[in-house]
Design a protein around this ligand. Structure first.
Ligand code: ARG
Length: 581
């Protein structure tokens, strides 16, 4: 690993602070990237009172104690800011060092930590919708970033494969021999659409027909107690659905594999023990025939504590119970240090209640972090939750088709010489990349508007812009193909545009660490966008292939590191960067 300039400058300022006043030895040096110099520190302003000195005086003493070959200039500005300028040769040494390493010198700050990430989690026998798309894309990005920083990532796809709806579905199939839903019975319709339709039909009958509703409930009991005939149909339904989910995962290029699936059914035989133990511990109580945990933290609109329902009056277990068993399993059997739930914001109360119950049961050791990585709703152009005209939620594949179709038009216009098969391949990567990037580049907690035209544009902060920026650098590098690897001469001058790009490239690892801590992928998007623009500025200001040595070698190395950083950054977003576009 290569320590970043930010890390090194921070350490230097910390030394300066300790030299100025030994009592301030462990104070935060507060170093940030800056517009006016390379970095800035406001530490003297923050610490002046403790030091008993005017900020400018303290800043001057700190500046006098900052000693490192990395910095060419340290000066006090304004009321007591430190402005820190990195030495040109230090910038070049970083660039050379990172470019020479396959891992780009990235940190491994998450090594030794096991992180369980719960994401995607579509519901069997239903179409995956745009909310599951968000979960899938955000969760996959976090899995990649944390894994890249050394974490031991355990992906968990908490499929909705259990519960009362299956009683209804299986009963309906039993009573309606004509209902076609298996792949081999269907022509042209995806099994999931057919299952989705079956679900609606069963639901309608369930709501309208009490007799059917009663028989469906009996089916749930049969399912949960393992009746072989019922289980056989259930298994078939799950398998059909999973085939369709898998097609989407493949198209999206996400990391999830069948072995990551641990659906709700997986926890079925642990539920009774969970309820018993919680009851014996006095955490759960019987209320109106149900077993519940009343929250000590959350109250409803009436001021009464909100209950987490562990066992319903009819003896059945539900979503709440399963999540308590799931969290317990992840901590005690998967040995998670961190458990992340990438689930939409509407479930935040649910997760707070689950975590509270598990903590009160004593199943959550203090060192384990549990986070609800929540996200907002996807909106249509009318500002309402995104739906098709018929009123149904939009299917994911139709959405990707629209993005890829649009990308094909853009690609064909940009590069008419591309052979049609290649253009189609690139359009698929661009379309899927555009949808992913749009998801990841907005702050995840906000609602965002689904707008295919804007997503697939090649200008502005979009996936296509970054893919194109990468392809452009790749084409510059192709013109130097066959030459020996470029050599960096740290003593050559440093143009301001080279400096800006070099510093941006050096901050890649800091950005990833920031994403790992904040769980905000949009910070990586912003970083890549800024870096691509720093490259454009550099390329406009500094000739590369026609420059004399040593500039040529230095600049080619900057090009190589820029391409590698964009390629790797996009890969961590789950987006492929084609070599040509
Ligand atoms: N299947 C659920 C849904 O579609 C999401 C499950 C999220 N994960 C969990 N452990 N509850 O809403």
């Amino acid at each position: 690993m290569t320590s970043s300039l930010l890390t090194e400058v921070s350490a230097a300022v910390a030394d300066g602070i300790a030299a100025a006043d030994p009592a301030l030895t462990s104070a935060d040096p507060l170093v940030r990237p800056s517009e006016r110099a390379d970095f800035q520190s406001g530490a003297a302003l923050a610490l002046a009172r403790r030091a008993g000195l005017p900020p400018a005086e303290l800043a001057a003493r700190v500046a006098a104690g900052v000693r490192t070959g990395t910095l060419a200039d340290v000066r006090v500005s304004g009321p007591g800011f430190l402005e820190l300028t990195v030495a040109p040769d230090a910038v070049w040494r970083r660039v050379a060092d990172r470019a020479a390493r396959a891992d780009l010198g990235l940190p491994r700050g998450e090594a030794g930590k096991r992180v369980v990430i719960d994401y995607s989690a579509p519901n069997i026998a239903k179409e995956m919708h745009v909310g599951h798309l968000r979960s899938t894309i955000i969760g996959d990005c976090l899995a990649r970033v944390l894994g890249r920083l050394g974490a031991d990532v355990v992906r968990q796809n908490h499929l909705g494969d259990w519960g009362t709806q299956f009683g209804m579905l299986i009963q309906y199939l039993d009573e309606h021999a004509e209902a076609a839903w298996r792949q081999d019975e269907l022509a042209g319709v995806s099994p999931v659409s057919a299952l989705d339709e079956l679900y609606r039909a069963a639901r309608a009958r369930f709501d309208a027909d009490d007799g059917f509703a009663g028989r469906s409930r009996a089916r749930v009991v049969a399912l949960q107690s393992g009746d072989p005939a019922t289980i056989a149909v259930w298994r078939e339904i799950v398998t059909e659905s999973e085939v369709a989910f898998r097609q989407l995962y493949d198209r999206l290029g996400v990391l999830l594999t069948p072995s990551d699936s641990a659906g709700e059914s997986f926890y079925n035989d642990r539920l009774a023990a969970v309820v018993d133990e919680l009851t014996r511990a006095g955490v759960a109580v019987v209320s109106d025939g149900a077993v519940v945990v009343f929250s000590e933290d959350e109250t409803g609109p009436d001021g009464a504590p909100v209950p987490l329902i562990l066992r319903k009056g009819d003896g059945g277990y539900g979503y709440d119970t399963t999540d308590v068993a799931t969290l317990r399993y992840r901590v005690s059997e998967l040995h998670a240090d961190r458990v992340l739930y990438v689930v939409d914001a509407r479930q935040s109360l649910h997760f707070r209640l689950v975590v509270e119950a598990v903590r009160r049961a004593g199943w959550l050791p203090g060192g384990v972090e549990v986070a609800h990585v929540s996200f907002g709703t996807v909106l249509g152009p009318d500002g309402r939750p995104f739906r098709t005209r018929a009123g149904d939620t939009v299917t994911l594949s139709s959405l990707l088709d629209a993005a890829a179709g649009r990308a094909l038009a853009v690609v064909a216009e940009k590069n008419p010489a591309l052979d049609p098969a290649e253009a189609a391949r690139i359009a698929e990567l661009t379309g899927v990349g555009a949808v992913k990037y749009a998801e990841l580049s907005t702050s995840r907690t906000k609602d965002y508007t689904f707008d295919v035209a804007r997503m697939v544009s090649f200008s502005g902060n979009t996936g296509g812009y970054l893919q194109y920026a990468h392809a452009r650098i790749a084409s510059i590098l192709r013109r130097a193909e066959g030459e020996p690897d470029p050599v960096v001469d740290p003593s050559a001058g440093l143009h301001p545009a080279e400096r800006a790009l070099g510093l941006a490239l050096d901050a890649f690892g800091d950005t990833l660490a920031d994403v790992a801590a904040s769980l905000e992928p949009h910070r990586l998007c912003t970083y890549l966008y800024d870096t691509a623009r720093a490259f454009t500025d550099f390329y406009e200001a500094c000739p590369v292939l026609t420059a004399p040595e040593p500039e040529r070698g230095n600049r080619l190395t900057l090009c190589r590191l820029s391409a590698a950083t964009l390629r790797e950054g996009l890969a961590l977003l789950g987006i492929v960067a084609p070599e040509r576009m």
